[in-house]
Design a protein around this ligand. Structure first.
Ligand code: GTP
Length: 183
């Protein structure tokens, strides 16, 4: 069998949208209700997709806002990006747009593998951003779109599957196809 492919991913977004919760759910199968702001952590998990092993290195970043300056390391050796907002926060949806534009500027390429994630879908009554708004934004970016609940472990795996597939596709290892929700 082919050796594992090392792929480095960055998970970015406004404060408290669930970046750590998504990462910890994926790496450890756990959800922690308490909130502990992240400085920066890297997690590793082996993941198999289409008969290929991947060693995923996930950089869980400190939450950004529209004024944050990104360290150069966020553009250097990252293969794919997971941009997260919370469906309960219009502010986080605005901030994710700014992060995306800055990222594109910094990376200096037009195409980068991106998955846009609307998290906290379990908080139905607090929803402020509709599924359609998220879908529309992802379309303008040509990115994959998913809604998730880190709390209920809903579609968390699909985020990582989606970003790997997008990396492979942009590397020319998969046929181009229409982007859709990959659950
Ligand atoms: N109900 C619900 N709460 C969530 C979900 N994901 C995260 N939370 C909660 O939201 C709060 C923030 O979650 P974190 O994962 O720490 O958010 P973060 O984006 O890593 O935050 P920063 O490190 O500050 O950038 C915590 O209290 C979590 O328990 C979710 O899917 N549903």
């Amino acid at each position: 069998m082919a050796p594992p492919r090392d792929r480095k991913l960055a998970i970015m977004g406004y404060r408290s949208v669930g970046k750590s919760s998504i990462t910890i759910q994926f790496v450890d199968n756990q959800f922690v209700e308490s909130y502990d702001p992240t400085i920066e952590n890297t997690f590793t998990r082996q993941f198999k997709l289409n008969n290929q092993e991947y060693r995923l290195h996930i950089v869980d970043t400190a939450g950004q806002d529209e004024y944050s300056l990104f360290p150069d390391s966020y553009s250097l050796d990252i293969h794919g990006y997971i941009l997260v907002y919370s469906v309960t926060s219009a502010k986080s949806f605005e901030v994710v747009k700014v992060i995306h534009d800055k990222l594109l500027d910094m990376v200096g390429r037009i195409k980068i593998p991106i998955v846009l994630v609307g998290n906290k879908t379990d908080l139905h009554l607090e929803r402020k951003v509709s599924t359609e708004e998220g879908q529309k934004l992802a379309q303008t970016w040509n990115a994959i779109f998913l809604e998730t609940s880190a709390k209920h472990n809903l579609d968390v795996q699909a985020i990582f599957k989606g970003v790997i597939m997008e990396i492979e596709r942009q590397d020319g290892n998969l046929p181009e196809e229409k982007k859709c929700i990959v659950s």
